[in-house]
Write a protein that binds this ligand. Structure first.
Ligand SMILES: [Zn+2]
Length: 380
């Protein structure tokens, strides 16, 4: 019953990975896809999201009219890739795509774009039942979900949908953590380390004390935290007057996220206060910056986004497992904006490495699932 054309899907995928599109440099792929989608009769619009984070171009939305009067559905993938992603030379062996080993492949997330284009083509060619579809292709996903964060939401009609940006084709991601980004700057006092160390306040030593007292890594099943960057000091013979420490906290539970964030903050406050000793002294000093990176996603398993996808999978003789991820994705941002988004897999493996791969059979399976989801939804 599959109407998916695996050869065309394969060709689409190859043409996409050959277009360089590292984050902030998505203009070429954006324009390429804009032409394709306009040629398919969609109303294509773009926003100016790229301007907000030094990118070449914004997000792309292609609105397809439906032939059934049901709620509009969003379908989403991201156009950017991580590096090294320039000059990808895709290989195809035993049904699996890889790069030539010198770059990433870009299956993350171009496998998704190819899958969505193929599903849309099959819908059009066969005039299959479908509601209004908003295809949203974002920029800057790999640099902190930047495109989604700066998206113009008025471009979308849909209030629910599916993002294709996960590995397993037998899963739907229904839970993702929220995250805070933490930046602590400890200001000390510079002095000659040999001639007058007593005049200095060692900012690195103060920050080290704070970090040494922290519980890092996995806090519990749904909570993690990390100190990932430390930067400070200018020379071995100077008492350092400044150190910047960057970290993050994640949890599926907003209360725990706040707790672990506060615990880290308090550790820095305490270390700085102890080093200061005298209340009236103004050094060392702490500058703390706590930024919400993204909010947690939790879609109940009886939500229509999940049940629709599961019924579609069942129609194909497959089972869809509810999955939990520890990572953030554009879907977290959509969820926070009221667009309930389930994340589906494309078959991509070993993303963000030179060994990245995707099997064509998995991409076909993902395209069949999308097709069946759209068809089922159109039945109302
Ligand atoms: Zn991705």
């Amino acid at each position: 019953m599959s109407r998916i054309d695996s050869r065309r899907l394969s060709e689409t995928f190859l043409s996409l990975v050959r277009i360089d599109s590292q984050s902030r440099h998505e203009a070429a792929i954006h324009l390429h896809l804009k032409n394709i989608l306009a040629g398919m009769g969609a109303e294509v619009v773009a926003d100016r999201a790229g301007e907000a984070f030094g990118g070449e171009i914004g997000n792309l939305v292609a609105r397809f009219p439906g032939n059934r009067k049901v709620e509009p559905m969003m379908l989403n993938a991201h156009m950017d890739t991580v590096g090294p992603g320039r000059g990808v030379r895709p290989q195809f062996k035993d049904g699996v795509f890889t790069s030539d080993g010198t770059t990433i492949l870009g299956a993350d997330d171009k496998s998704a774009i190819a899958i969505l284009l193929e599903a849309l083509r099959v819908i059009q060619e066969n005039d299959l039942p479908h509601g209004p579809l908003d295809l949203l292709l974002t920029v800057g996903e790999e640099i902190g979900l930047a495109g989604a964060k700066h998206m113009d939401p008025s471009l979308l009609r849909a209030r629910f949908g599916y993002a294709l940006d996960a590995t397993d084709t037998d899963g739907i991601v229904v839970r993702a953590p929220g995250a805070n980004r933490l930046t602590f700057t400890v200001c000390g006092k510079e002095a000659h380390a040999g001639a007058a160390p007593e005049r200095g306040i060692n900012a690195i030593a103060v920050a080290a004390k704070a970090i040494a007292g922290l519980d890092l890594g996995r806090i519990d099943a749904e909570t993690t935290c990390n100190i990932g960057q430390i930067e400070g000091g200018t020379a071995v013979n100077i008492v350092p007057n400044r150190v910047v420490v960057r970290g993050e906290a994640r949890s599926h539970d907003p209360a725990k996220l706040e707790q672990v964030t506060n615990r880290i903050l308090e550790a820095f406050e305490k270390a700085v206060a102890e080093a200061r000793g005298d209340e009236s002294a103004d050094l060392p000093r702490l500058e703390a910056e706590i930024e919400e990176d993204f909010r947690p996603t939790h879609i109940p398993e009886d939500h229509p986004v999940v049940t629709l996808a599961r019924r579609a999978a069942a129609n194909l003789g497959r089972q869809l497992k509810a999955k939990i991820t520890g990572g953030g994705a554009d879907a977290n941002i959509f969820f926070a904006n009221g667009i309930i988004t389930g994340v589906l897999g494309t078959g991509m493996r070993d993303m963000h490495t030179l060994h990245e791969s995707v099997a064509l059979a998995d991409m076909v399976a993902a395209a069949e699932l999308v097709l069946e989801i759209v068809r089922l939804h159109a039945e109302g």
